[in-house]
Design a binder for this molecule. Structure first.
Ligand code: FE2
Length: 464
């Protein structure tokens, strides 16, 4: 086809898109068209093991207690169990006698089909000082590796804190760009990760070497700031045809969470408090019907939230409740029906989900009046309801989901089929600035942004 014909077609397509924006019922469907790259995983050994015999690799940290004075440090040694201890010290304490402390890890291994894992270590440290930089070191001699992290400030209603938000990351060129963009922003202090990590299960026999590769890929961030993990469907790794019948086996061996600190009975759902935020992590792929452990735990946990201490109530889960993309449409509906009345009652501020490989932000809406017979089945504006953000646009082997339902539903405020990440800057007890950054722009450009007002302290309507 000639270039004249191509440009004519392009013009027609743009007019069609613009007309659609004008006609839709909801918010904005971005006409932005991203450049296309192949959605293939990067070649193996793009992120090789560090030099030195049996050097610790795939280092990652997450919060290790309820209130931010603990950290879980995890790593893998590929050949032998040692080193299985981590030493750590506060920055500036180097001149003091006995400035170093050591903690023994709990070590595990697993088999998956024809794969044998390395030695996976988890060391939990508690009783750290708030708002303090710590160094830590794993290994000895030419295999030793040193990292650092900063503990969060003490819990308090006006304590500012900045989160990154990424979902469905995978290990493609797009994934690489997403992480690079996030790390180019020095503001992010912790990552809210809404599930689907490595996409190892998209490879033959769920090639678990892809889990190792992913651990090395993200280490440049995960070793230095806590990533708060939620599990997605690509963590299930349930494969009876391979005689792998234990759901979440690789994920649960590799990614420990502080679930017992919030009286949860499963690492897949738990809660932490961090600065001025109470963060609840749910599992879309575990039982949540009435009377189940997750249901019972969430009911209790919501009753424990103290908005005077942590005004920001944030929920992470994988399968979105409000999504106007035909991809995975309504897969989160059963959980929405079960838990949404509680979210409205407790005035949850924000719900972050992944799963759908595009970006969407909702209005504050709820759909809790429907009782089968009354016909009240349409979502309505509700100032007590959360904003739902679908951010499964980390960039993975399965590519983008561009099939938005047309016209845009009234509950959808902004949507775009691009890869990216978000930054949530909590400023104080009333205001948080939120921005979404598509990979094709410089990090400084926000494709979507809004000031969120806290539902407990300042429940006014937001405008962007
Ligand atoms: Fe997913």
């Amino acid at each position: 086809m000639g270039s004249k014909n191509m440009s004519a077609l392009w013009m027609v397509a743009m007019v069609f898109v613009l007309l659609n924006i004008g006609l839709c019922n909801g918010g904005k469907t971005s006409p932005y068209v991203r450049k296309l790259y192949a959605s293939e995983d990067l070649p193996k050994d793009t992120f090789p093991s560090p030099p030195g015999f049996n050097a610790p690799e795939q280092v990652h940290i997450t919060q290790g207690d309820y209130d931010g004075r603990g950290v879980i440090i995890s790593w893998v040694t590929p050949v032998m169990k040692h080193p299985d201890v981590v030493s750590y010290w506060a920055a500036g304490a180097e001149g003091k006698r006995k400035h170093k402390h050591t903690v023994q890890s709990v070590t595990t291994t697993y088999k998956y089909y024809n794969y044998n894992s390395g030695y996976i270590h988890h060391a939990t440290i508690k009783g750290l000082e708030y708002d303090t930089k710590y160094f830590y070191e794993i290994g000895q001699g030419n295999s030793a590796r040193q990292f650092h992290f900063t503990t969060p400030p003490k819990i308090g209603p006006d304590v500012p804190y900045t989160f990154g938000v990424i979902g469905d990351l995978g290990q493609t060129f797009d994934s690489y760009e997403t992480l690079k963009h996030y790390m180019a922003n020095p503001k992010g202090q912790a990552m809210l990760f809404v599930g689907d990590l490595s996409y190892a299960d998209d490879h033959p026999h769920h090639d678990n070497e892809r889990w190792d590769e992913w651990g090395r890929f993200v280490e440049k961030s995960t070793a230095y700031q806590p990533w708060i993990w939620a599990a997605g469907n690509h963590e299930i790794d349930f494969a009876p045809e391979l005689e792998e019948n234990v759901p979440f086996k690789p994920y649960l061996h590799r990614y420990l969470t502080p679930y017992q600190e919030s009286q949860s009975t499963s690492p897949l759902w738990y809660s932490i408090r961090l600065a001025s935020a109470h963060i609840i992590v749910l599992s879309s792929y575990s039982s949540f019907a009435k009377y189940t452990p997750q249901y019972t735990w969430l009911e209790t946990e919501l009753s424990k939230v103290n908005r005077a201490e942590t005004p920001w109530l944030i929920v992470l889960l994988h399968s979105p409740w409000y999504n106007s993309n035909s991809y995975h449409y309504m897969e989160g509906e059963a959980m929405r029906v079960t838990f949404e009345p509680w979210f409205v009652q407790h005035k949850v501020d924000l719900v972050f989900a992944g799963h759908v490989h595009s970006y969407e932000r909702s209005e504050r809406i709820s759909n809790v009046k429907y009782n089968i017979t009354n016909g009240l089945s349409t979502p309505v504006k509700d100032p007590s309801a959360p904003v739902y953000i679908t951010i499964g646009d980390g960039g993975n082997i399965e590519g983008l989901a561009s099939g938005f339902v047309d016209p845009q539903p009234s509950y959808s405020a902004y949507r775009e089929a691009s890869f990216g990440h978000a930054i949530l800057e909590i400023k104080n007890s009333t205001h948080a600035h939120y921005t979404w950054h598509r990979n094709d722009d410089n990090e400084a450009v926000a494709a979507d942004s809004i000031w969120f007002f806290n539902r407990h302290t300042y429940p006014k309507e937001e405008h962007n």
